[in-house]
Design a binder for this molecule. Structure first.
Ligand SMILES: [Zn+2]
Length: 348
């Protein structure tokens, strides 16, 4: 287990640091990591995308970080909310045995959620989506634990914080790296569409945009290369483009509305700027009931507002989704093309 200095800086008390360690350690004990790794392989994140980013002169290994804002794909690689609850429950046992108040675990996550953390801690949150009602669930877990006096301290915490405070500052969180001067209007999607075949679906996309995928993948990113933006925390973000993929909700057999809400919940857990701006509009795509939900976020391309249109369709193999990402100032200009792309979706 690695502990980054951001965690030490963000924690108010030793018990909070013990809490996040207990939570993380529980993921290891419960083997959530290997579980996730096999899940990630199942998703087959397009390898071609790595080539594109490397070819662009960017940093290696950012592949899994690509997505909207802090990363749509981090949804794919993050723990499920079920795993989060399990790690909280076991983590609170570990804390209690060590003499720390388990509630401090919940307090620390709440603190991070409300914006009290560095870019590394924001990334941490995106990997650990909020299962909801953390404090209440831990309170209930405490009832089942043997009574303990809490308040243990090694006495070293303040010294560790002082050491961390002396370290040189790292780059500020989440900002677009300077030097990306792409004018969004210059990479606007063309109305001429061309077909793309994935393993389970086909789609038509603007011919002036590029497909980042491989033929065997069910996850595809379509964007102008200029709209792939690397942020200072090393993530590659899409400022203008389309992502088509599948999401596997925690609970099977949900309605389209419920599964979509589940996806949005995952998205907003990994990107605090993102929120749904309407309740969704029903439509049919090639005979399939579909939902379009509008989301708003912060544009990686312009730094201004971003509008994302999320199309969802329940499929036997999961929730199919198509996200169209554009700076809000560009959205009206490209909405027509997006609607054509939506109506081009066919399943095999
Ligand atoms: Zn977690």
């Amino acid at each position: 287990m690695f502990i980054n200095t951001g965690a030490i800086a963000a924690a108010d008390t030793e018990a909070q640091l013990a809490g996040v360690m207990g939570h993380e350690m529980s993921h290891v004990i419960l083997r959530h990591g290997t579980n996730q790794a096999s899940k990630a392989r199942m998703f087959e994140i397009p390898a071609a995308l790595a080539g594109a980013v490397i070819g662009n002169g960017s940093v290696l290994g950012q592949l899994t970080q690509l997505g909207i804002g802090l990363g749509l794909n981090s949804v794919l690689l993050s723990y499920s909310r079920g795993a989060e609850s399990e790690a909280d429950a076991l983590g609170s046992h570990l804390m209690s045995e060590a003499g720390y108040n388990p509630l401090e675990l919940a307090h620390f996550f709440e603190k991070l959620q409300s914006g009290g953390g560095s870019s590394h801690m924001i990334q941490f949150l995106s990997d650990h989506p909020n299962p909801g009602n953390r404090e209440k669930a831990i309170e209930e877990e405490i009832q089942s634990l043997p009574h303990h006096e809490y308040g243990f301290q090694t006495g070293d915490f303040q010294r560790a914080k002082a050491e961390v405070a002396k370290l040189p500052k790292t780059a500020p969180p989440g900002n677009v790296r300077g030097g990306n001067s792409t004018n969004p209007a210059a990479v606007r999607p063309s109305q001429t569409l061309q077909p793309f075949q994935s393993r389970s679906f086909s789609i038509s996309y603007p011919s002036n945009w590029q497909v980042f995928s491989d033929q065997n993948s069910d996850s595809v990113t379509i964007a102008p290369r200029e709209a792939l933006v690397q942020s200072s925390n090393g993530n590659t973000q899409i400022g203008y483009g389309i992502i088509a993929s599948y999401f596997f909700p925690d609970i099977k057999g949900q309605s389209l509305r419920q599964a979509t809400d589940d996806l949005i919940h995952h998205l907003s857990a990994s990107n605090t700027e993102m929120q749904a701006s309407d309740n969704g509009r029903s439509l049919k795509v090639n005979g399939n009931p579909a939902l379009i939900t509008m989301l708003s976020s912060k544009s990686a391309l312009t730094g201004g507002p971003e509008t994302d249109a999320l199309l969802t369709i329940n499929r036997p193999d999961g929730l199919f989704y198509l996200v169209f990402i554009a700076p809000t100032s560009e959205f009206k200009e490209s909405e027509g093309v997006y609607n054509d792309v939506v109506q081009s979706v066919r399943f095999k």
